[in-house]
Design a protein around this ligand. Structure first.
Ligand code: CTP
Length: 437
């Protein structure tokens, strides 16, 4: 196995590896060349966790996605006929994006690109930044071979963000927002030529050509960043936040709110599934200090859907109910805290953790995230006896077993006192002293 294929396998979770294997097999059966590309490869080479798997195929990506779905291993979430892209959801919350290798030609800044099928080399060369323009072959003949036509891997090593061409940013000005997000997230610097290119795009005010849809997509990306407040602050410093809302400045930036959100996020459990819909959570904090009129301006500028708006407006009310249910003296055992939280959406739990002034609520949520979820994961089906798996009785027995385990007092660690060994009798001396007495 090549070093890079090995690196990939060791970097991915078991579920992600299963998804890669299924895609690889289906692509081989269909005879379409398959590559791991974009953010997934950048994050792997840069030592960051891989959040989403991006694949590119020299062929029909949507047809491949349908063949994968037919095998029952994943569901198609969305398809885009223009860019010939499909999004798939695999088990265990693994999100996959499969795109057709394409070249993009822009008639003018911010215009919709003309998309044509291309080879993987042409595809990589029409991307935004060199570190996003690397591909790993997942094909039998060249398995594990790295394609890096713009020498992105060495930019990644130097932590330097470099555009692929001199017109990368003017072709698609939305890329300046991506640039700032990546810079903040990965602690990168801009190379000199990219800095100059950025300045000329700003002098020409090309950011005003960013379409509402691109603003919305980027906002969703910021929402799921580890530290969205830092990205928002940087966009503000660059004078780009006004594209979303001119009111987002000064105290209305809500940096205190974002700091609380970041602190709550730091309690997220490791190695346990804890799905969170980041969009409403982020949008709540982003708009918290804005007036209703300013909020509708932001919704209009980004074309946010009514569903998104409803979700963030409902969040506070739902979280209030959750906070109330966690406060009472009745939730006085770990199993009761667990039951109060296990069915609740992750975003509501984090919201309460970020905003509640009640110490007891904070402690109960922290225990749930750091202890109870782990205990629940350790209770296996094999331990349940007396019912068929999948039946209501089985669920009841398993729940009872888990409750017992959660409420079991932690075992006391018995520290035995270790006495020093008694000294050997000094026969001669005792005899002499006895004689003296
Ligand atoms: N891309 C681009 N120009 C854009 C958007 C995307 O060239 N305006 C390219 C980038 O090379 C990117 C790839 O398409 O790596 C996939 O896009 P996307 O999934 O949006 O970005 P990732 O870099 O994979 O993910 P993220 O930004 O969240 O880290």
């Amino acid at each position: 196995m090549s070093d890079y294929k090995f690196m990939l396998e060791s970097h991915l979770s078991a579920e992600q590896n299963r998804a890669v294997a299924a895609i690889q097999t289906t692509a081989a059966e269909a005879g379409v060349p398959l590559f791991l590309t974009g953010g997934a490869l950048r994050d792997m080479l840069g030592g960051f966790p891989i959040r989403e798997l991006d694949f590119t195929v020299e062929g029909n990506a949507i047809k491949l996605a349908k063949a994968i779905e037919k095998k029952g291993v994943a569901k198609i979430v969305s398809t885009d006929e223009t860019s010939k892209t499909a999004e798939l959801a695999f088990a265990g919350g693994v999100n996959v994006n499969i795109a057709m290798a394409r070249s993009e030609k822009y008639a003018k800044p911010g215009a919709k690109p003309k998309i044509t099928p291309a080879t993987i080399h042409e595809d990589l060369k029409s991307r935004d930044f060199t570190m996003n323009s690397i591909a790993l072959s997942l094909n039998k003949a060249s398995l594990g071979l790295l394609f890096d036509p713009t020498i992105g891997a060495s930019d990644l090593e130097r932590r330097e963000l470099r555009t692929v061409t001199n017109h990368t940013l003017s072709d698609d000005p939305a890329r300046i927002l991506r640039m700032i997000r990546l810079k903040v997230r990965m602690g990168l610097t801009l190379d000199e030529r990219t800095q100059t290119q950025y300045q000329s795009v700003r002098e020409a005010k090309l950011e005003t050509k960013i379409p509402a849809e691109a603003l919305r997509v980027e906002l969703m990306r910021i929402a799921s960043e580890q530290n969205p407040g830092a990205v928002i602050e940087e966009l503000h410093k660059e004078g780009l936040l006004k594209l979303y809302s001119p009111a987002l400045t000064g105290p209305k930036l809500n940096q205190a709110g974002f700091a609380k959100l970041l602190k709550a996020r730091q309690n997220m459990p490791f190695g346990v599934e804890f799905p969170v819909n980041w969009t409403p959570l982020f949008l709540f904090f982003l708009t918290e200090k804005l007036s209703p009129k300013e909020v509708s301006g932001l919704v209009k500028a980004t074309g946010l859907s009514q569903k998104d708006v409803n979700a963030w407006k409902k969040l506070e009310a739902n979280a209030k109910k959750l906070e109330k249910s966690l406060k009472g003296p009745k939730v006085n055992r770990p199993s009761l805290v667990y039951r109060a939280l296990v069915e609740q959406p992750g975003e509501e739990i984090l919201f309460v953790l970020a905003r509640s002034g009640e110490r007891i609520v904070q402690d109960r949520i922290k225990n749930y995230l750091s202890k109870y979820l782990n205990v629940a994961q350790e209770v296996t089906d094999e331990e349940v006896t007396g019912a068929e798996p999948g039946t209501p009785k089985f669920k009841k027995l398993k729940d009872a077993l888990l409750n017992k385990r959660l409420d079991a007092r932690p075992k006391k660690v018995v520290v035995e006192e270790v006495l020093p060994p008694s000294p050997p009798p000094i026969v001669g001396r005792s005899a002499r002293s006895a004689a003296r007495q």
